[in-house]
Design a binder for this molecule. Structure first.
Ligand code: NAD
Length: 430
């Protein structure tokens, strides 16, 4: 898919090709072994399933689903399951590749995986969604497991769906297996602290990035694109840093207040009015999503969808730090522009790794049958994600000392790819 961006050069927006391009760029800078590079350009295994689901009118509909194991040299695959009408194998492959780099950067004992089903859950009732979830797990059951591939929620899937899947998987085995699927409700041993783990991890990264840029986050101005799980919790938690969220948006519109938006009021209003375009409060003006991205703020947090900062608007971004809480919000071309402009763009697979880190904690707790408090979860999350941040910085410095200026994203890729390549090497894969 190419983007129509007028006078600007068209950019490749196919997610799998982008993921390969990002790997190629890192491979060139780090001088990656050619065979290791060839192995890492493609997923190890992909499973495509077509499975029947009983619908509310008694009919049976066939759904198509996917599960990808990208590379398991460092451990079992780990990745979410998406329910999406436009799901396709290329997107799942790209997301599985990104998971591989994300878990490696966080130094978790995992490889990357991902799954998805082509479906429109907005048109289905709860029974149909439950039947779909159980049907998908029956279809991919032999492909997952706590030692093989651990699934989790993602776009349009949630903890209830993970509970149905865990139940179905346990029935297939004939005993309870809580360690094959994370993101479960705490009643069946989901982890404490899971709900805002992604935003919490992102804000730990922001704290470190601000230190690096000598930015005082107290009263710093933040704009957030997206008011869903990631964006909403980032808004909520940024209050702990003393920062001011001056703008936030959803897919319908954005709101702006130079004095800072009131989280409690806006969250309550959003729950009532649904879309921000219906917001009539006098304390905030409307802004478009395009305007929000280009605002004069200290920190910009894209927390909605992919390809929001492209070569069409990267030269208009005024934020000093971009914190990529969404997956893929900055295209490779835009990444280069931001880097050249001296904007500190913290890459998605570092910033939003809090979700998978706490998923890892859930799996560890499930396999030990010993459970931690929320405080313990956050402390351990802070330790792991801060270490990842410092690993990225150290790699940037190492390359700079050797005369190569590389972006945080390239440095993060190098850290992640080096670890997977090293594991493949000692295992004798090349
Ligand atoms: P969500 O569906 O809960 O929320 C998405 C938000 O983005 C909604 O407010 C929606 O209205 C808004 N949005 C959609 N299109 C938009 C547009 N064109 N402009 C502005 N806003 C738009 O999703 P989420 O879980 O918050 O995930 C958001 C991003 O964060 C995704 O890229 C996701 O992959 C990534 N992420 C989320 C988690 C997590 O734990 N929730 C973990 C890792 C990565």
């Amino acid at each position: 898919m190419m983007l129509n961006i007028g006078n600007f050069m068209a950019e490749e927006l196919d997610p799998f090709k982008i993921s390969q391009q990002q790997l190629d760029d890192a491979a060139e800078v780090m001088g990656l072994d050619k065979t290791a590079h060839a192995i890492l350009r493609e997923p190890m295994e992909t499973l495509v399933v077509n499975f029947p689901v009983k619908m509310r009118d008694g009919s049976v509909k066939i759904f198509k689903g996917f599960r990808v194991h990208y590379n398991d040299a460092r451990g079992p695959s780990k990745g979410g399951i998406r329910f999406h009408p436009q799901e396709n194998l290329d997107t799942v492959k790209a997301l599985a590749a990104w998971m591989t780099w994300k878990v490696s950067l966080a130094n978790l004992p995992y490889g990357g995986g991902k799954g998805g089903v082509i479906c429109d859950t907005k048109k289905m009732n709860q029974t149909e969604i439950e039947n779909l979830s159980r049907g998908y797990i029956r279809a991919i059951g032999r492909f997952i497991g706590p030692k093989v591939d651990i699934a989790a929620p993602d776009v349009y899937t949630n903890s209830q769906i993970m509970a149905w899947m865990t139940d179905e998987y346990s029935k297939m085995l004939g005993y309870n297996e809580f360690g094959a699927i994370t993101g479960k409700p705490t009643e069946i041993w989901g982890s404490e602290g899971r709900f805002n783990s992604t935003a919490m991890g992102g804000l730990y990264v922001l704290r470190e990035a601000a230190k690096l840029r000598k930015m005082n986050l107290k009263n710093a101005k933040i704009a957030i694109q997206g008011f869903g799980n990631a964006g909403k919790f980032a808004f909520d938690l940024s209050r702990n840093l003393g920062a001011k969220v001056v703008a936030i948006s959803d897919s319908s519109a954005g709101v702006y207040s130079p004095k800072g938006l009131d989280y409690d009021k806006l969250a309550a209003e959003k729950a009532k009015i649904g879309e921000l375009k219906n917001y009539t409060g006098k304390d905030a003006e409307k802004v478009s999503n395009e305007e929000l991205l280009e605002m004069d703020v200290d920190v910009l947090i894209p927390a909605a969808i992919e390809n929001q900062i492209t070569n069409a608007n990267a030269d208009k971004i005024k934020a000093k730090i971009v914190l990529e809480l969404a997956n893929g919000p900055v295209t490779p071309a835009a990444d280069k522009i931001l880097f050249e402009r001296g904007i500190l763009d913290m890459p998605d697979f570092l910033v939003n790794s809090g979700g998978v880190i706490v998923s890892y904690f859930e799996w560890v707790q499930n396999t030990q049958n010993y459970y931690w408090t929320e405080d313990e979860v956050y402390k351990r999350l802070d330790t792991i994600i801060t270490k990842s941040f410092n690993d990225v910085l150290a790699t940037q410095k190492k390359y700079k000392d050797n005369g190569k200026k590389i972006s945080p994203r390239t440095a993060a890729y190098i850290v992640a790819v080096e670890r997977v390549a090293a594991a493949m090497k000692v295992r004798g894969w090349y």
